[in-house]
Design a binder for this molecule. Sequence first.
Ligand SMILES: C[S@@+](CC[C@H](N)C(=O)[O-])C[C@H]1O[C@@H](n2cnc3c(N)ncnc32)[C@H](O)[C@@H]1O
Length: 247
Amino acid sequence: MERKQTRKRLPGLTLADGLTQHPFDAVNGVQTSGLVAGRHLKTGHRHDRHATAYYGVAPSVLRGLVRRWMRTKGCAPLEETAFVDLGAGMGRAMLLAAEMPFRAVIGVELHPALAGIARRNAALWRKAGRALAPMRVVESDATEFRFPQGSCVAFLFNPFSETVMRRFMAGLKFQFAGRPGQVDLLYVNNEQERVVELQRGWSRLFLGPVRRSAADAIADYRILANQPDGEYASSNSEDCSIWRWVG
Ligand SMILES: C[S@@+](CC[C@H](N)C(=O)[O-])C[C@H]1O[C@@H](n2cnc3c(N)ncnc32)[C@H](O)[C@@H]1O
């Protein structure tokens, strides 16, 4: 008799764990819902213990922050810029970014199961004709990722705590040495803002809340109200920042 393969889902991605589908998935036929606490994101990498959690960004916040970035003086044209999501999870931010004509959209994700889901979502997006930008998912630690040549946006939705943030910023400085103006940081839920403030060579272009749409605020509130242990809270906005590497 053939044995049925059962793949164990990450804690936080089953109905028993309180999984509530985000309307983004229901409307678009993708899989980006769920909340996986950092302690469950085990890969064997030394940075595992610094992972915050998996949670998809609110679409209105991603779009609102990109709109703000596009209004910054000296911002490179979208068509010349690679959007890189460090800690891409299931790829919700990638999907939203790929609806804009970026030069490329790249997701960097440490956890193989999440990276696999992000790849599936990207394939669905392409098939549906929603991807204006070429998309790819790289299964890697964020500090080990090598950025492409040309202008880049490094997008972070609070993926890791201070130690990894410091290492990530040191790597950015090394990679973009001699390339002033070629990388901007878009940071949502900027818990490690202080780490960036303490670095030389960065100019802050924006600091403040970016509002969730009413629909996103309701969706996130419902999702987080369903967590079994009530560990995470939602609000009507995310604290964000935008930085430019001036070297
Ligand atoms: C809050 S989620 C953000 C998901 C996605 N960026 C979005 O906005 O929809 C953070 C993600 O960062 C990933 N992560 C944490 N530490 C990482 C690291 N050192 N390198 C790469 N990814 C990491 C986690 O596995 C998780 O999927």
